[in-house]
Ligand binder design. Sequence first.
Ligand SMILES: [Zn+2]
Length: 132
Amino acid sequence: MSHADTQTTQDADRPMKPAIWAGLRRKCPNCAKGSLFTGYLKVVDTCDNCGQDLHHHRADDGPAYLTILVVGHLMAPLIHIVFTQFRPEAWVMALGFTTGCVLLALYLLPRMKGLVVAIQWAKRMHGFGKSA
Ligand SMILES: [Zn+2]
């Protein structure tokens, strides 16, 4: 294999859609079987199933940003609808939506992190390109 062939193979994007689905299910973007996380948000160094190196992801605060974006866009119209349609007591609104926002954010955060890591893996960003 020539140097040019190696270059194109290493630069080619990996399949994005299956990687994203795996990431959203908190699975390894390469094999979609191994677990992406150890604990709630800590990404495993290497996949237990396929050996894919995952330690060089750079999700940073991207997952938190996406989580806030989704939770905000779901909850803001819902607050308006619930208030105008049902007029619950103020404490019911406050308690209900606080609990709802926290639970939805906790549910989404690791899934958004899986999504970001999967996109970085598929696009060969941050060292994901070097691993075979
Ligand atoms: Zn894997």
